[in-house]
Design a protein around this ligand. Structure first.
Ligand code: FNR
Length: 385
């Protein structure tokens, strides 16, 4: 299939699957253990249905949404995803540019291959930065300093990775440091010559751009990745770390991976500017509540004024409408733009953003909603069952 013929986000998933070795595709597509959480995230969205209102003038429909003092053209942005150059060299930059073109935020992962300095420069005003707290707190402090220096205004601290998860697909495929070479790995590389040529022409395993300074000088990509793997996850991370980060980070601060209402309240008390309701796309804990199901209780706990964003399981524009109806101020997408970029670079990511926007726009028209900011459980008579 050519990307221009794609009608759904899932078409991009199929294209990505066809164009990458299984080991790499599965790293994006997979979840933890039995992948119950991965399926449950999608199912939880699909269980919600609208009760539409008709005879409302829906000729003009607004998607612009304000968040932390900025106005974005859509009600969604791109979640942080690490190691993206493995899917396509330069993917972090492609995603950032696609986001800037659509005027939506792109969150650069702390485990990105291209450094925060480079990516922030490529899409000024649209790049947020995500960190995992490192065991060596000096590294976290330095990453924050570098993000500030790069002009980043919004920091996302991910807290739902206290320990390394067991992602069965990755283990079976030999996806690790270093990747296990087997007959099947070689065969997969030969069967996907486009991906393999790009990988080899870009020097093989991509470096973790943000982590280079924390590895010995001249360290290889593998050695840098090992430093990262020793420093994160940090199982000793505690509320005190969030308080310390809050003290040193002068910009907007979001805490990502919150599902319990009490944790959300605690984060707000510590001075977070927003809560990112997420279960990491079903990649960490398999028996976990879908974030969309956790959202209403969190909204109730933090009150109407607090900023809540959500990800995990969004595959259709309708899912973004559901998220807004159930109390999110903004939604984020993880895998779907990765499939776009993996399948065909920046154009693919752009088309995925457009497809979701078109779908959301049609849902709004169909349910009698002219402004995405008015979606709510009762507003305009919209309701989600
Ligand atoms: C992620 N995610 C993630 N989250 C984070 O805070 N830092 C990271 O470096 C990564 N890396 C990462 C890599 C890949 C390949 C995936 C698929 C995901 C989680 C991500 O930010 C987001 O929470 C989920 O992807 C959302 O779920 P969906 O939209 O993929 O269902």
């Amino acid at each position: 299939m050519r990307w221009r013929d794609a009608l759904t986000v899932d078409d991009f998933r199929q294209m990505a699957r066809a164009r990458m070795p299984k080991m790499v595709f599965d790293y994006i597509d997979g979840g933890v253990e039995d992948e119950f959480a991965l399926a449950a995230n999608i199912e939880a969205f699909r269980r919600k249905a609208f009760v539409p209102r008709y005879l409302v003038n829906v000729e003009h429909r607004n998607h612009r949404t304000s968040l932390f003092g900025r106005t974005y053209d859509r009600s969604f942005g791109i979640s942080p995803t690490g190691f993206a150059s493995l899917f396509r060299p330069g993917a972090d930059l492609m995603l950032a540019r696609a986001a800037a073109k659509a005027r939506i935020p792109f969150v650069l992962s702390g485990a990105s291959n291209i450094s925060v300095e480079t990516v922030a420069k490529a899409a000024p005003g649209y790049v947020w930065f995500q960190v995992y707290g490192a065991r060596d707190r000096k590294i976290t402090r330095d990453l924050l300093k570098r993000a500030t220096g790069a002009g980043v205004e919004t920091l996302v601290v991910t807290v739902d990775v206290p320990v390394t998860p067991k992602r069965t697909r990755n283990i079976r495929n030999g996806f690790g440091l270093p990747p296990r070479m087997s007959l099947s790995t070689v065969l997969q590389a030969l069967l996907h010559p486009g991906w393999t040529a790009r990988y080899l022409l870009n020097g093989g395993l991509p470096k973790l751009g943000n982590w280079q300074p924390y590895a010995p000088q001249g360290a290889s990509a593998l050695e840098i990745a090992r430093v990262f793997a020793c420093e994160t996850p940090n199982p000793t991370q505690s509320l005190e770390d969030i308080a310390t980060i809050r003290e040193s980070w002068k910009g907007t601060l979001l805490v990502k991976g919150i599902l319990h209402p009490d944790d959300a309240v605690e984060m707000m008390k510590l001075g977070a500017d927003g809560i990112w309701v997420s279960n990491h796309g079903g990649r960490q804990l398999d028996r976990i509540v879908p974030s969309i199901d956790a959202l209403p209780a969190i909204r109730q706990a933090v009150g109407g004024e607090a900023t809540l964003v959500i990800d995990s399981g969004i595959r259709r524009g309708a899912d973004i409408a559901v998220a807004r109806c159930l109390g999110a101020d903004f939604a984020f997408i993880g895998r779907v733009t990765l499939f776009g970029v993996a399948a065909c670079g920046e154009a693919g990511a752009t088309r995925v953003i457009e497809l979701l926007t078109e779908e959301l726009d049609l849902v709004m028209g169909q349910i009698g909603c002219c402004d995405v900011n008015r979606l709510g459980p009762v507003d305009l008579g919209l309701s989600v069952q």
